[in-house]
Design a protein around this ligand. Structure first.
Ligand SMILES: Nc1ncnc2c1ncn2[C@@H]1O[C@H](COP(=O)(O)OP(=O)(O)OP(=O)(O)O)[C@@H](O)[C@H]1O
Length: 274
């Protein structure tokens, strides 16, 4: 397991100019009936513009809590967390991010186009702007022609793509994704992984992505954050040296397997505390 100093080595002391997410000594303690639960302890992490960062670790290590803290949905109890140079709350109000959950969460009584349009309606975009944005993001996720369908008429993978389109509709710079493909079978997941990489390359978004899958984390990311539980903390940060162009069979290469091995070792080190 890495020492805290080695882990801290991945964050620049003064923060790079392009830091989109900057966490310094972030702590988050939930007060529960059974006493305090330290969900995040000493989180130091810098995510730069255009990075694809995966968070991986066993259940309860704080992956979702960290993402929710970035989104301004949980408040750290210590340290500083900045998003685009603002507090998470300010960034949320400035609509700095789109959020994608494990369940697609589409409204069954709205068509796909009207689901994607919903945040735009709430934000008061003009009708014409709504139309053109919905068209553009449905193209981005390969769902052209499905505008008038209802969620139940689409496969699980297509529903998840619609939910990604909805998160992209208002062109937030950051996309936060909490196990978006966790409930899908492996072949569909492979396909969505490929599409997500292509989408990321085209849009240059900054992506924070929670997963339980080592191959998914290695295939998608520029940086992999390995976390361990009780208290939730970072046990390793792995910079991914694979090229940006990643056909699926890159997963059989020695370079890929070596990075996957390091992630596995990081996860094992975290488990040794149990
Ligand atoms: N609202 C809350 N109130 C009290 N405790 C909470 C709350 N949310 C999370 N926790 C606790 O904080 C810790 C971290 O939870 P979190 O959901 O962030 O973990 P996770 O790594 O995302 O887990 P999983 O992989 O199961 O989704 C856990 O011990 C959890 O029980």
């Amino acid at each position: 397991m890495l020492s805290q100093t080695e882990i801290d080595g991945f964050t620049a002391p003064d923060g790079p100019a392009e830091a989109v997410i900057d966490a310094r000594d972030v702590q988050l303690v939930f007060e529960t009936n059974d006493g305090p639960v330290q969900a995040l302890k000493d989180i130091n992490l810098t995510i730069e513009k255009g990075e694809f960062v995966s968070f991986i670790g066993p259940s309860g290590c704080g992956k979702t809590t960290f993402l929710r803290a970035v989104a301004g949905l949980e408040k750290p109890t210590g340290g500083t967390l900045m998003v685009n140079g603002m507090t998470p709350d300010e960034a949320r109000r400035a609509r700095a991010y789109g959020y994608v959950f494990q369940a697609a969460g589409l409204y069954p009584w709205r068509s796909i186009a009207r689901n994607v349009r919903l945040p735009l309606e709430i934000m008061g975009y003009s009708k014409a702007d709504q139309e053109s944005r919905v068209k553009k993001v449905l193209q981005l996720v390969d769902l052209e022609g499905f505008e008038r369908k209802y969620p139940w008429q689409l496969s699980g993978g297509m529903q998840q793509r619609a939910s990604i389109a909805r998160a992209l509709a208002f062109d937030a710079e950051i996309l936060l994704m909490d196990e978006p493909f966790g409930a899908l079978d492996e072949i569909v997941r492979d396909h969505l992984n490929e599409q997500l990489l292509a989408l990321w390359a085209r849009t240059e978004k900054t992506i924070g992505f929670v997963t339980h899958s080592i191959p998914e984390a290695v295939y998608l990311s520029t940086k992999i954050v390995v976390m361990s539980p009780r208290p939730g903390r970072i046990s390793d940060v792995i910079l991914n040296t694979l090229p940006k162009e990643r056909p699926l069979d890159i997963r059989d290469t020695p370079e890929f397997l070596e990075i996957a091995h390091r992630v596995r070792e990081g996860l094992r080190a975290g488990h040794a505390y149990d």
